[in-house]
Design a protein around this ligand. Structure first.
Ligand code: PEP
Ligand code: MG
Length: 542
């Protein structure tokens, strides 16, 4: 058995097919006519762009606009002046042929990106490799369809195994053949993992050496829940997993019937069960799983999925999309929570001793006002397309909330002056994820329209346990009396002032906590979309 990071849920039993990137032989031959060689390069770049534009179209249809944008980034890499100049330099000065020049110059860029301790930049190295392979394939005259999959084994129920998968590989996956994939490299937030989740096929990534542990044709069981792979399983294991698959399928079918149901317990207490999303397209999963709304849209992922800040227009389109798709159901959008472990490299955030206690979320927004205002204007403009609530992350007390609201008012005045409409019915709320905010909930409840309890942070700050440090994970306890007291205080304070309270941290889906949270009077539970139906069932059975 081998294990890795469970990147996409589900089970699969199938035959291994190892992705073999065809090695293209690159000659060392020197050239004499650098103008002709540069012309060859320009033709190949144009050809690559055409191919990538086609892939983009394919991705937009099969996976949605958000995933398709990855190819925009690839096209942009082909326009990178620094890269093209470096290739030209190799052609002109060292008289290298175009293929050799591309491989040498781009190799340096890739090596530089791979050395940097930044997940985002490491993933950009994968993107660059993908583009460079394509460019070299075009220069060599080898068909670029060879750059992607090599399905030398025909058949169905294939489990694709690769050292790493690039977005362009993933988009070409034929779901009628490939039922799961496994990679040596990659993390939960890598593009490969993101795409697996949107394709809804099980995947285990970051497996280290799965490409060496299997060979073409091996039978494997993929467990996308546990991040496990069983190679050439015995009859007993096969029977065990066939049972699991059948139970899972039945469960899924049974759960789907609850999609339209209201989450009401046996005493008649009804709550809202909403979904958390990170990208606009995730809204489809909320809808499919019968979510009563979106309880948290982590907008920072819009800022992290590209190498620049999304402008007001792009943000407006993203928010409008989600609001329209939810068709009048409540959508809670959180203003950007950058900082901590979410650090887009283009923002050049200062190095900090304690990033989780530092320059993050609302603290950053109150200082970088123009960035904050671009987001607020986009939100206000989108508000006329649905039922919008907006909340601020990492509020520690009333002062920050009121300052944030002053900036909201400033944005409204600017829109008024330009005659741009926005809704008067937006609810403005705050996350309760810092103990001081829970302790001041009485004061905050006089001003805010609602609260959403972010237990992921609330627990880490209350118990002084780094939420990402597995050494102290055993102390991270949602049921600690101190945590429960803060939650109860928050709910009581809000209700006293006639305000509603949701919870969007992971604790909202924690079986042990749910009965107590219902008893405390929590009004909304917001969880990963794939957990919505299970949560509804659990509440209905209580
Ligand atoms: C939380 O802290 O519980 C929360 C929902 O926010 P995030 O996980 O994005 O910090
Ligand atoms: Mg948080």
């Amino acid at each position: 058995m081998k294990s890795g990071i469970a990147a996409s849920k589900g089970y699969a039993i199938g035959r291994v097919i190892i992705k073999s990137n065809q090695e293209i032989w690159i000659s060392d031959e020197l050239i004499t006519d650098s103008i002709a060689e540069k012309e060859k390069l320009a033709t190949a770049v144009r050809e690559c762009k055409k191919q990538l534009e086609n892939l983009r179209k394919q991705a937009a249809t099969s996976m949605g606009e958000e995933q398709a944008r990855i190819f925009d980034a690839h096209i942009m890499l082909l326009d990178d002046i620094e890269l093209i100049d470096a290739i030209h330099y190799e052609i002109e000065v060292h008289k290298l042929n175009a293929m050799k020049a591309v491989s040498k110059a781009a190799g340096r860029f890739i090596a530089r990106l791979e050395k940097i301790e930044d997940e985002y930049l490491k993933e950009r190295a994968t993107d660059l490799k993908d583009v460079v392979n394509r460019l070299i394939a075009n220069l060599s005259g080898v068909g670029t369809d060879r750059v992607g999959m090599d399905f030398s084994i025909n058949g169905e129920n294939l489990v694709l195994v690769a050292h790493e998968l690039a977005p362009s590989d993933t988009v070409m996956l034929d779901k009628s053949k490939v039922i799961a994939f496994l990679t040596d490299l990659g993390g939960y937030t890598s593009h490969t993992a993101i795409m697996a989740r949107s394709l809804e096929i099980p995947a285990v990534v970051g497996m280290g050496d799965i490409t060496k542990a299997v060979k073409n044709g091996d039978l494997v069981i993929v467990d996308g829940f546990e991040g496990k792979v069983i190679i050439n399983p015995g009859n007993e294991e096969l029977a065990d997993y066939r049972r699991k698959i059948s139970v899972y399928c039945k469960e899924q079918t049974g759960l789907r019937r609850l999609a339209g149901a209201k989450a009401e317990n046996k005493q008649g207490k009804r709550v809202v069960v909403a979904g958390n999303i990170g990208r606009p397209d995730d809204v489809y999963q909320v809808i499919e799983n019968g979510g009563d709304g979106v309880g948290l849209f982590r907008t920072e992922f819009l800022y992290m999925s590209q190498d620049r800040e999304p402008d007001e227009e792009e943000q407006f389109e993203s928010y409008r999309f989600v609001l329209e798709k939810m068709g009048g159901k409540k959508v809670v959008i959180r203003t950007v929570d950058i900082g901590g472990d979410k650090r887009p490299s283009y923002m050049k955030l200062p190095a900090e001793m304690n990033p989780f206690l530092g320059y993050r979320a609302i603290r950053l927004c109150l200082e970088q006002r123009e960035l904050f205002k671009r987001q607020l204007r986009a939100l206000l403009r989108a508000s006329v397309y649905g039922n919008l609530s907006v909340m601020f992350p990492m509020i520690s007390g009333v002062g920050e909330y009121l300052t944030a609201m002053e900036i909201v008012e400033e944005c409204k005045r600017e829109l008024d002056a330009s005659g741009i409409p926005y809704s008067d019915n937006i609810e403005w709320g705050t996350m309760i994820e810092i103990p001081s905010a829970a302790l001041c909930a009485e004061e905050l409840a006089k001003h805010a329209d609602f609260f959403s309890i972010g237990t992921n942070d609330l627990i880490q700050y209350t118990l002084a346990v780094d939420r990402n440090n597995d050494k102290v994970a055993h102390i991270y306890d949602p049921m600690h009396p101190a945590v429960l007291r803060l939650i109860k205080m928050t709910i009581d304070a809000a209700h006293k002032h006639g305000k509603w309270v949701g919870m969007c941290g992971e604790m909202a889906g924690d079986e042990k906590a749910i009965p107590l949270l219902l008893e405390y009077g929590l009004d909304e539970f917001s969880v990963n979309p794939s957990s919505v139906l299970q949560l509804k069932r659990m509440i209905m059975e209580l």
